[in-house]
Write a protein that binds this ligand. Sequence first.
Ligand code: NAD
Length: 456
Amino acid sequence: MNDSLLHALRQNFQQGNSRSYAWRRQQLLNLKAALYRHEEAIYAALSADLKKSKEEAWITEIGFVLSEISYVLRHLKSWMQPQNVGTNLLNFPSKSYLLSEPLGVVLIIGPWNYPLQLVLAPLVGALAAGNCAVVKPSELAPATSAVLRQITASAFKENEVLLVEGEGAAVIPRMMEAFRFDHVFYTGSTQVGTIIYQLAAKQLVPVTLELGGKSPTVIEPDANLEVAARRIAVTKFSNAGQMCVAPDYLLVHQSVREPFVQHLKKAIDDFYVSEAVRDYHYGKVVNQRQFDRLLQYLQEGTVLYGGSYDAPTLHLSPTLLADVRPEAKVMQEEIFGPLLPVLTWSKEQEALDIIARNNNPLAFYVFTENDKKANWWMEQVPAGGGCINNVSFHLTNHNLPFGGRGNSGMGAYHGKYSFDTFSHKKGVLKTPTWFDPAFKYPPFKGKLNILKRFMR
Ligand code: NAD
């Protein structure tokens, strides 16, 4: 990649072209129009990369980004206004306010599992906040990467949004060393997130890290088991389980394990056909490496349901695993596939001990009809976000921040949180000149009492 393209972004930003409300709004409208123009091409690309159906592609990728754009367009003007805050007595009669300043040129790095949404949703926030951006989609979803190239080329000038393709390990470190970005927004594995953080630290570049993790789901004995099973099944096996906030494993109260597993099997039967490869609604594993990794997990427990696969097409059917030891690999690594270990507990502490082996998950879910219990679980388990009687849908609410903590990342986005992530909050104090008391100036001798009155 030619470094002069990066400097053109910087120059464009420094000329102030991206600051106005009109520019920001226009970029968002351009992106929206380009998404509609390329709708069919996006379906084809997501089908080629991950065998996503059109409906799934709309809900989790195209429609997701469009609704983020609509929400931002509705609120952007008010978010851009200076925000008045109170002023302390020492500064009387000043006024104080916050200015949201664009950061500059930001780098957005995306993964392969939602290859369109996970670069464009952050881009919406970056543009709304008045930044220029470099977008790096995952090379492991090459068809979507190619469509993103067309979308960005048709929606933006190269000195506004620049799309960079290629193998991350080759392209990203070189780019981050040659050019100082003003922010890096990374979505992907914890392992690569660590590399990005180190690269950014060399030039003191702030980062948002949206990483993975093992998200637990607790089933209490009083849960609505049928609804729980349906909500878990639809999310866990969507995109063949390759979802950062999918339930990674279940912690089912011993007393309801049998009926719950029956409901879960029925939900899977209702939603999918038995031969995954023929199922219009069921995705494939992204590549051979991930497929081989998932097949190894099958050896680490008893298959309660599913377990069949078709190696040439990288299909692995929705699978429930029992008798999994907490020390097994499948309980140490993020599964990121259509395998769901079903573990049991009889005392809460047993479940908490299992969760603590992989602390700070990206999400935590609990199913119970009892508010007290729900609150108790939410307080016990530190996690990026979570749901009560639901899974993953917290990320579809624009009013909730989406992000991890600890191993699952840092920072958050969606809606206003994206605008804030890509803005600097400049605190400004404005002091009139008509009042200029002498006690604020030297000589200070003899003024201690009055100073004490203003500052204590
Ligand atoms: P990945 O880390 O392999 O790749 C993500 C990006 O990093 C790609 O664009 C790739 O080109 C780049 N990259 C790869 N190796 C690199 C290197 N050595 N140096 C610099 N850049 C490099 O991640 P993935 O496998 O694409 O995604 C899967 C992971 O992402 C899972 O752990 C999942 O939980 C996580 N994820 C998190 C979220 C979230 O919102 N928190 C969303 C989706 C996926």
